[in-house]
Design a protein around this ligand. Structure first.
Ligand SMILES: NC(=O)c1ccc[n+]([C@@H]2O[C@H](COP(=O)([O-])OP(=O)(O)OC[C@H]3O[C@@H](n4cnc5c(N)ncnc54)[C@H](O)[C@@H]3O)[C@@H](O)[C@H]2O)c1
Ligand SMILES: [Zn+2]
Length: 439
């Protein structure tokens, strides 16, 4: 696991790698080659507009159609083309994600208070007007992404949410992804992937006005495109290649821990999986179990290299050191499988989402069944950011309503401060009111 040299200088003698990653690469979303490629693509699309979007869609995703938008009829009937069990699972995930999002909304309350007589201040949550959701579907069609981005935006009250998703092998969006977007309330869905999708939404190239915000997870190119578009539009957070980390002690089940590590390594060959354990026996058993489980996994071509190159098992001497390592690593997903889960819950501070206990696993949230958002910060972003939630779509706008009687409490001090700064125009706005007040 990638830990800063400064942290290691303090902790090196307190942790031991039972399995070290083969590659000591920086997190993919700060890769200079990705940065350069995305920058070149964004400049090209900004200069040449939809023609450049079309060219990239053809080159990167073999998309040849004239129209990127999925027709309203095809979108509405996407569920009809699915097996009933899949359709029902999507309906369940969509509803459960909205259920959690509605609770988040309820816990964000507008308020108004009188700070001094005549000075009424308040805060009101107002949704952004237009959101562009990226629905990843390169390697796998990630069915639940639309619940997280489109559905949660709709619960927040965003009037217009458009979505983009890359085409599948048949040149069309995956029907499960489309149905999830439809149920979540998407207003328009476009068959467009990667950097060109984010640029088209942000620059307003899809016959729509530019969106105010682009959201959603994706590969390193998608995360980098969002980073570079930030400022021109808002972004949710940088949700790049998925990561999982587990804290386990001797009470954990090695087979389950191994399955959970591989469960996220499956996202891509650059997806890191890490175990931090206080038990050498458990650590060695997990390494063995991972190797064994890999033999029969149909996706071992992805999970195998991910585990070899970016997988790690770290032995620490105490639960305090386990927390220190994890808070430094700040993983996207963190599972805790110990006899001490409550203590860990109370103590840990840096993670995208926390999965407590033997019965709790990342896939439950990944697929929308836990209700919580799966769009989460990667590459250490959990040190400063939380995952996507209703609040990200809402602007806490402040206001003040001020009556005559509050004038002395405000104007006199503003007069003094403005004078000391030499800002006479500011000063005048206060002194003019003071003069009127005195009449
Ligand atoms: N952090 C999170 O919350 C979270 C959640 C779900 C998924 N994910 C991550 O989303 C990612 C999905 O990645 P994916 O690739 O399968 O699908 P994707 O939809 O993110 O990316 C596919 C697109 O990448 C573009 N692309 C591919 N190679 C390119 C190149 N060389 N140059 C420019 N563009 C290129 C193509 O246009 C293609 O449409 C995974 O890494 C997964 O771990 C993260
Ligand atoms: Zn996952």
């Amino acid at each position: 696991m990638k830990l800063s040299p400064r942290f290691l200088s303090e902790y090196d003698n307190r942790l031991r790698h039972l399995k070290a990653p083969a590659v000591d690469a920086p997190p993919a979303q700060s890769d200079p080659a990705v940065r350069a490629r995305v920058s070149e693509m964004l400049s090209d699309i900004e200069a040449s507009g939809i023609d450049a979007v079309r060219r990239y869609a053809r080159e990167l995703d073999r998309f040849e159609d004239a129209d990127f938008e999925m027709s309203a009829e095809r979108l509405a009937s996407s569920g009809d083309r699915l097996e009933p069990a899949l359709r029902e699972a999507i309906e369940l995930g969509s509803e459960r994600t909205k259920q959690f999002a509605r609770l988040q909304r309820e816990h964000l309350t507008d308020f108004e208070a009188e700070l001094v007589p005549g000075l009424v201040t308040g805060q009101r949550y107002i949704p952004v007007a237009r959101v562009g959701a990226y629905l990843p579907a390169g390697r796998f069609p990630l069915t639940a992404s639309a619940f997280m981005t489109v559905g949660v935006a709709k619960v927040a009250g965003v009037p217009t949410v458009i979505g983009c998703t890359p085409p599948g092998p048949d040149g069309r969006p995956n029907d499960a992804v489309a149905y999830a977007a439809y149920l979540s309330g998407v207003d328009h869905l476009y068959t467009l992937g990667g950097v060109q999708a984010l640029a088209a939404m942000a620059f307003g190239l899809l016959g729509e006005q530019p969106v105010d915000m682009v959201v959603g997870a994706g590969n390193a190119f998608v995360a980098e495109a969002k980073r570079q578009l930030f400022g021109r539009v808002a972004i949710d957070l940088l949700a790049g290649p998925s990561e999982v980390a587990v804290i386990a002690d001797e009470t954990a089940d090695a087979e389950i821990v191994a399955a959970d590590l591989l469960g996220q390594a499956e996202h891509g060959p650059n997806s890191p999986a890490a175990l931090v354990t206080t038990s050498e026996t458990l650590g060695l058993a997990v390494i063995e179990a991972v190797d064994r489980q890999l033999e029969t996994l149909s996706t071992r071509e992805i999970c195998g290299p991910a585990w070899r190159d970016f997988g790690s098992v770290v032995l620490v001497g105490s639960r305090e050191d386990a927390v220190a390592v994890m808070d430094e690593y700040a993983p996207e997903h963190l599972e805790v499988q110990t006899s001490d889960d409550v203590w860990y819950h109370d103590t840990l501070t840096n993670y995208g989402s926390l999965f407590l206990g033997h019965w709790s696993t990342v896939a439950y949230s990944d697929k929308g069944m836990a209700g919580t958002n799966h769009t989460l910060p990667t590459a250490g972003g959990a040190k400063h950011s939380a995952g996507l939630s209703v609040s990200r779509y809402l602007k806490p706008l402040t206001y003040q309503r001020i009556a005559r009687e509050a004038t002395p409490a405000l104007a006199a001090a503003v007069d003094v401060i403005s004078a000391s700064e030499g800002m006479t125009a500011h000063q005048a706005t206060a002194t003019m009111r003071l003069a009127t007040y005195a009449q």
